[in-house]
Design a protein around this ligand. Structure first.
Ligand code: HEM
Length: 479
């Protein structure tokens, strides 16, 4: 071998060895949390995405908690990450949004949700967008929306009851998508030649999958779904621009008005990314929670009985039983809110909430280096026996007299701090109204499915098929 080739090989091997050493021993000015950086480049991504079928904390997180404690390091989709299952660190991360930590999601998520999606924006622009969304899904709008939600749910339940069987996950997703799409962009699936939701279905399959963008992979399908959906949204916005309406009726009108203002900070790209995120965030999350809610009602007769009693009492207190739900009645649904909190605690629909450290941060003797990702892990807190007694038991009564509306140190199903979910109230309205109509007007039998899978996002791989039938009278006392 010539000395030249030999020296190239020596340099190559030395560089690779140094790089590998750095991969496994990242630079840090203090003590890094314990853990492993996994395979070069790949990190521990494959283990993270390994499917499991329990309600318990994923085996990826559980094994590492047992081995390293509540705070550990890893590498996922090419980034060094500190995983926090520690309630104090989680709380600290949420409270320090914009100061020591900043909302950040792995590049693959950003590709899927758009580079200018609300989760990737900060400071003034973020607050501006949040206010825009709150004007649509804040309490005043929700009050006005209540009759529309009830009307949609009643119509859907009636249609489903005429079928032999209905698959709840897909059916509720379609119902909620149509409701949100109407509110945001006046899109009526029945009157449209294009199926907007279809693109989101393709999209969901790959959302929490291994990020390999080659034809045939779920991730590739997901990106294609996004492309198609964005094209449709862009065309719709363009059409609206050509045919403006006199009064603002939906989010598109509002966006166009904002875009026409002189010196506006909003751009068409940001508005479209926001629309995409809202459409997705609204129907996928709430339909998963609703499907799980009905599954729990099916499996826990005492819970069903208590819930039914609460809703029949609402009807009994009315002068006219057929008058629609009022905001006061909605607010009076104490047990329903406990039931919803317990459902979303166990659902753990969002298995990881991501942030980035803006500077070196010391916490409980460990250093989180500037630039590293932090993954707050809600399931580890929601299923911690020190925080929730017998955490895997479904027990809505555990919320009695407790905090059920906002985030707390131990409840972060809707996130926490400044970035607390803007759709949490919208989601609760939809769930509560659905449950009200379901238990007062219908009975159901589970036919098949109802099994869960986590990859690590929650899924119903075989759906949840039920048969619905109308009750004879709305206020008889037994469920
Ligand atoms: C059961 C239903 C839902 C669950 C479990 C849920 C969960 C969450 C969580 C955990 C976050 C925090 C993410 C973070 O901090 O990075 C979040 C944020 C968000 N959610 Fe929801 N969500 C639900 C329903 C909805 C609905 C119905 C909408 C739409 C109207 C929505 C829109 C959003 C948006 C836009 C954000 C980003 C907020 C921000 O960055 O400040 N969500 N959600």
């Amino acid at each position: 071998m010539s000395p030249f080739v030999l020296s190239i090989m020596v340099v190559g091997i030395t560089s690779i060895s140094c790089w590998l050493y750095r991969w496994w021993n990242p630079r840090c000015k203090g003590k890094l949390p314990p853990g492993s950086m996994g395979w070069p480049l790949l990190g521990e991504t494959l283990e993270f995405f390994a499917p499991n079928t329990t309600f318990d904390v994923s085996s990826f997180v559980r094994k590492r908690m047992e081995r390293h404690g509540p705070i550990f390091r890893t590498s996922l989709v090419g980034r060094p990450i500190v995983v926090s299952t520690d309630p104090e660190l989680n709380y600290f991360v949420f409270q320090q949004e914009g100061q020591m930590f900043q909302s950040w999601y792995p590049d693959t998520f950003t590709e899927i949700f758009g580079r200018q999606n609300v989760g990737s924006l900060h400071g003034f622009m973020y607050k501006y967008l949040k206010n825009m969304v709150l004007s649509l899904f804040g309490p005043e709008s929700l009050k006005k929306m209540l009759p529309e939600v009830e009307g949609t749910v009643l119509k859907q339940l009636h249609q489903w009851s005429s079928r032999d069987m209905v698959e709840l996950k897909d059916a509720t997703a379609s119902m909620i998508f149509n409701l949100t799409a109407k509110k945001l962009i006046s899109h009526e699936a029945e009157n449209s030649s294009e199926n907007l939701r279809e693109n989101f279905v393709a999209f969901i399959k790959g959302l929490i999958s291994f990020p390999l963008d080659i034809p045939g992979t779920a991730y590739h399908e997901c990106l294609q779904g996004r492309k198609r959906a964005m094209k449709m949204l862009k065309n719709m916005l363009q059409d609206r621009r050509m045919k403006p309406r006199k009064h603002n009726q939906d989010f598109f009108d509002y966006v166009l008005e904002e875009l026409s203002k002189e010196g506006t900070v909003l751009t068409e790209g940001i508005a479209l990314d926001l629309m995409f995120v809202l459409l997705f965030a609204s129907f996928e999350t709430t339909s998963l929670a609703l499907t799980l809610a009905v599954k729990y009602l099916t499996d826990y007769p005492l819970v069903l009985q208590t819930l039914t009693e609460e809703h029949k009492a609402i009807l009994r207190r009315r002068e006219n039983m057929d008058s629609g739900l009022t905001w006061k009645e909605y607010k009076s649904m104490t047990f329903t809110f406990q039931f919803i909190s317990e459902t979303v605690r166990l659902a753990n629909i969002v298995p990881g909430i991501f942030r980035k450290a803006l500077r070196d941060i010391n916490f409980k003797g460990y250093m989180i280096p500037a630039g590293w990702g932090v993954m707050v892990c809600p399931p580890a807190v929601h299923l911690n026996p020190d925080k929730y007694e017998n955490p895997l038991d479904f027990n809505p009564w555990r919320w009695k007299g407790g905090e059920i509306n906002g985030a707390s140190k131990h409840f972060m199903a809707f996130g926490g701090g400044m970035r607390f979910c803007v759709g949490a109230d919208f989601s609760k309205v939809q769930m509560a109204v659905f449950l009200h109509c379901l238990v007062t007007k219908y009975r159901w039998n589970a036919i098949k499915g109802g099994n869960i899978l986590r990859t690590p996002g929650l899924q119903f791989p075989d759906g949840f098929h039920v048969q619905l039938s109308e009750r004879s009278s709305g206020v008889e006392s037994s469920p």
